[in-house]
Write a protein that binds this ligand. Structure first.
Ligand SMILES: NC(=O)c1ccc[n+]([C@@H]2O[C@H](COP(=O)([O-])OP(=O)(O)OC[C@H]3O[C@@H](n4cnc5c(N)ncnc54)[C@H](O)[C@@H]3O)[C@@H](O)[C@H]2O)c1
Ligand SMILES: [Zn+2]
Ligand SMILES: [Zn+2]
Length: 370
């Protein structure tokens, strides 16, 4: 069938919305009509070259839609089911899935390879060139063919925007606080970078019972918005927050610091270490340039203060458990998702949406479809 998709042909080029040819879903795949797509910073990392991705590619890895076609033998879904995509596929059979760590599913190793998970292609441009859907999803398209391993069935009455946000940003940010930092009642937590992920981390810290949630962001709009999502204090930089955190903890400093800036670099770690207490935890969630090897930290202090530095993929959570769980919290009014959608865009406005993200106008921008 023919559909339309936002395509990136080289690093730094504009997203180009084009008509493409989409093959029928194969065994283990479904055809989905896209209803909403979230604009995560990671697509920008494919665009700016921080995270090398196979080109030409169809952007987007946050999305929700309706199942309109089934590949041969697919029994997991029915026509008309609504789904949220998961940027981490979960096979359910590998060691990691069996351990309840689906964010580490072995299929993840193939996420940055060309084509679908099996290496073949379903998407072609008008000249017949193969296209790779980003992270095997490609949600910046009116229709998607994707693996059942990348789709989570959700309740049909959940609005598409919130259903899209839990594909990546919200689940990753929330889990960074709740599962990776293991925030508990009375904690002091620092969230560095208060965009989509950071805002979800703030909500996670608040829900887990943190006493102080300090939002750090150079953008005034993000600092103000952070207070509406549960932050108790804000600062423009970690250095600026240092004295305040010292005062609020009687010199103990923060229980955990969560790093969700637009791009992670090695110079975030030492300040994060200084604002975190002995025995405290630093969670590194943001994407760093792929070749970044240099990290500045005080190694003596790191061991002598018994600190922890943890990586974090998909909030250290399992998509099949966490996506429905967070949506049920949204339905119960515990998790604010509608409020995170600052602006909506048409597919043709994808470049504008990313410029707005870079200009700090959005907590999350969302592409909506008819
Ligand atoms: N680990 C994962 O599984 C995973 C998943 C999704 C996204 N990510 C990554 O997480 C990061 C955040 O994504 P997002 O969509 O929330 O981005 P975003 O653009 O919505 O938000 C980033 C925020 O960081 C702020 N910022 C920039 N420099 C800063 C600094 N020096 N100190 C404090 N704040 C600063 C910006 O003002 C902005 O508010 C990105 O690197 C993204 O690629 C990681
Ligand atoms: Zn993402
Ligand atoms: Zn698996």
């Amino acid at each position: 069938m023919k559909t339309r998709a936002a395509i990136l042909r080289e690093v730094g080029a504009a997203w180009n919305v084009e008509e493409i040819e989409l093959d029928d879903p194969q065994a283990g795949e479904i055809l989905v009509k896209t209803l909403a797509a979230g604009m995560c910073h990671s697509d920008e990392h494919a665009h700016d070259g921080t995270m090398p991705a196979p080109m030409p590619l169809i952007g987007g890895h946050e999305g929700a839609g309706e199942v309109i076609g089934l590949g041969p033998g697919v029994t997991e879904f029915e026509i008309g089911d609504h789904i949220s995509c998961s940027f981490i596929p979960s096979c359910g059979k590998c060691t990691w899935c069996a351990r309840g760590q689906q964010n580490l599913c072995d299929l993840g190793a193939k996420l940055m390879d060309p084509g679908m998970i099996d290496g073949t292609f379903r998407h072609r441009d008008a000249d017949g060139n193969d296209l790779t859907p980003l992270l095997k999803l490609g949600t910046f398209a009116e229709h998607m063919v994707l693996s059942v391993d990348s789709a989570i069935k959700i309740q049909n009455d959940i609005p598409p925007g919130p259903a899209a946000l839990v594909s990546c940003g919200v689940t990753t940010g929330y889990g960074s606080a709740v599962y990776r930092a293991e925030v508990t009642a009375g904690d002091t937590v620092i969230i560095v970078g208060c965009g989509g992920l950071g805002t979800a981390a703030i909500q996670g810290a608040k829900i887990a019972g943190a006493k102080n949630v300090v939002a750090v962001d150079p953008s005034e709009f993000k600092r103000e918005s952070a207070m509406e999502f549960g932050a108790t204090h804000s600062a423009a930089s970690i250095d600026e927050a240092m004295e305040m955190v010292g005062a609020m903890t009687e010199g103990v400093m923060a229980d955990s610091t969560i790093l969700t800036p637009g791009t992670l670099t090695g110079d975030f770690i030492a300040p994060a270490q200084f604002i975190t207490r002995k025995g405290g935890t630093i969670v590194a969630t943001a994407v760093a340039p792929v070749e970044q090897m240099d990290v500045t930290m005080n190694l003596f202090m790191f061991s002598m203060m018994n600190q922890e530095l943890k990586g974090c993929l998909f909030g250290s959570s399992s998509p099949r458990k966490e996506i429905p769980h967070l949506l049920s919290m949204y339905q119960a009014g515990q998790l604010k998702l509608d409020e995170m959608i600052t602006n909506t865009y048409t597919l043709d406005q994808v470049n504008e949406g990313y410029q707005d993200m870079l200009d700090n106008k959005n907590i999350r921008g969302v592409i909506t479809f008819d």
